[in-house]
Design a binder for this molecule. Structure first.
Ligand code: PMP
Ligand code: GLU
Length: 397
């Protein structure tokens, strides 16, 4: 019998991290693997941000930090929310964490009681349902399809809410689909939430700046629900700072105090040097962010054209983030070399072993009909990757 707790035994390993690990292991054996499994910008962190971190060390920013982050960092977040999103927050409502991942865990653990329902539209980012498990909540899924651009309707939301619903969790721009909710679409959902004052909303906006259609819209802009919205955001995607580990929540004061208490017992404030870098990022303007966004858009267009050309793959044009989530059901039941593809997870392993391209199967995103392809990689790598995918899929009969 395992010595481990039921809590950890019931938790699934992060599928994104698992596939990245498998890809690295194969590469370590000398195989030329193209990794499109991890959602991580391939750009370096901009120089002015790195410079601020070097100076932070020289200036001895090496001590414990306030649990919720340095006041000037939280004030920089407040200024960003005002200037970029026209949202008013006090710095005491901002809790800076060790990545948006911890910010999400804080919010869910602080809000959800055992047995309470958390509504999550599918496909969703892999960690959402697992954090709900940790909180002993009950995930309730609303299914979407490629035909509806993976976005839920107000009617679907209304039908999913019960007296036991505590939280609704979503990302826009979305990981893994790249879908972006418009202001009108968000308003349609906000009107439903207005009728159900017991439901809180976790709005994951970490891909805010990787949006190819319009300016970013936050569901917190609707005053009548703002107090119940917890915004999640961070530096990982916009500023290519995945390894620095910094993200935040913006919420009402009660939830902010709870998140502060939670992380005060688990991690304390995130790294002092990272926080100084975070200030420099927010005060340094968006020039590098816009350059990266332009590169992502160009890659999206290249990959879309190539993927649309692969027989049996059904793909939509994502409006943001850096992922494709193509439907691959037409390959289920097909075989190559004695191996039959049962589902998307198996197809993803097949593409790694046969095509040497790492992707992630859709099961962990709550949608077993698709695979996720990250296009946060150089153009030549992307072109070669889709060529390999096409070749490997073509062998399945
Ligand atoms: N939310 C979404 C939708 C993500 O894709 C990620 C991936 N990193 C995160 C949150 C967490 O980001 P981080 O912890 O690096 O800030
Ligand atoms: N969020 C990224 C992804 O979806 C990074 C991996 C992770 O944190 O799970 O791939």
């Amino acid at each position: 019998m395992s010595a481990l707790s039921t809590r950890i035994n019931n938790l699934s390993e992060s599928a994104t991290i698992k596939m990245a690990k498998l890809g690295r292991e194969l590469a370590a054996k000398g195989v030329d693997v193209i990794s499109l499994s991890f959602g991580e910008p391939d750009f370096h962190t901009p120089e002015h941000i790195k410079e601020a971190a070097k100076q932070a060390m020289d200036k001895n920013f090496t001590y414990y930090t306030p649990v919720s982050g340095y006041p000037d960092l939280r004030k920089a977040v407040v200024a960003k929310l005002k200037n970029e999103n026209n949202l008013d927050y006090d710095f005491s409502q901002i809790v800076v964490s060790t990545g948006a991942k911890q910010a999400i865990a804080n919010a869910v653990l602080c809000l959800v009681n055992p047995g309470e329902e958390v509504i999550i539209p599918t496909p969703y980012w892999v960690s959402y349902s697992e954090v709900v498990k940790l909180a002993e909540g009950k995930s309730v899924f609303i299914n979407t399809t490629v035909e509806q651009n993976f976005k839920i309707s107000p009617e679907q939301l209304e039908a999913a809410i019960t007296p036991n619903t505590k939280l609704f969790m979503f990302s826009s721009p979305c990981n893994p689909t790249g879908s972006v909710y418009s202001k009108d679409e968000l308003e349609g959902l906000a009107k439903v939430f207005e009728k159900h004052p017991h439901v809180y909303i976790l709005s994951d906006e970490i891909y805010e700046h990787i949006n190819f259609i319009d300016k970013h819209e936050s569901i917190a802009q609707f005053d009548y629900i703002k107090d119940r919205v917890v915004i999640i955001n961070g530096w990982s995607k916009a500023f290519a700072m995945t390894g620095w580990r910094i993200g935040y929540t913006a919420s009402n004061s009660e939830i902010a105090a709870a998140c502060d208490k939670m992380q005060g017992q688990i991690t304390s404030g995130t790294c002092s040097i990272t926080q100084r870098a975070g200030v420099a990022a927010y005060e340094g303007g968006l020039e590098s962010v816009l350059e990266m966004r332009a590169a992502f858009k160009k890659r999206r267009d290249i990959v879309y054209k190539l993927l649309s050309d692969v027989e049996g793959v059904k793909v939509n044009l994502p409006d943001g983030a850096f992922y494709f989530f193509p439907n691959v059901t037409s390959f289920f039941g097909k075989s190559y070399n004695g191996r039959t593809i049962k589902d998307a997870d198996e197809l993803s392993i097949y593409l790694l072993e046969e095509g040497h391209v790492a992707t992630v199967g859709g099961d962990s995103f709550g949608d077993p009909s698709s695979i996720r392809i990250s296009y946060a990689a150089a153009e030549d790598k992307l072109i070669e990757a889709v060529r390999r995918i096409k070749e490997a899929l073509g062998k399945l009969k």
